[in-house]
Ligand binder design. Sequence first.
Ligand code: HEC
Length: 109
Amino acid sequence: MKSALTIISISAILSWTTPAFAAGDAAAGKQTFSTKCAGCHGVAGEGKDTLAKMLKVEMRPLGSKEVQSQSDADLKKVILEGRGKMKAVAGIDAKTGDDVVTYLRTLKQ
Ligand code: HEC
């Protein structure tokens, strides 16, 4: 009985301490970001004023609190399905999406 409890508490600690990052590869994500996202969002995700004005939207910096407070699943959904004036980005599968989300987390300000 005691050992079962030990196992339960160890797994509880492990799941609690696992970082809340998407299980992706940040370096691969950066690569994808620079080819598929930076054209609109800027190399550091800062957003492009000219594009924002043209589309009449606010492009929040991807490192901002407003963006970073969204879940990994939400950010991945924006990439794979689009949101508002942003269309789904072509040629990105689920794994690549995870990589890009992991990279987005490195932009946190
Ligand atoms: C053709 C230009 C374009 C490309 C390419 C593009 N985006 Fe966007 N993205 C936008 C615009 C414009 C918005 C704002 C949409 C709105 O609010 O209507 C946006 C919004 C977002 C948001 C939501 C930000 C918020 O304020 O909540 C995220 C996250 C995002 N983009 C990530 C990405 C990633 C990652 C890629 C590459 C895989 C990418 N985008 C490619 C134009 C683009």
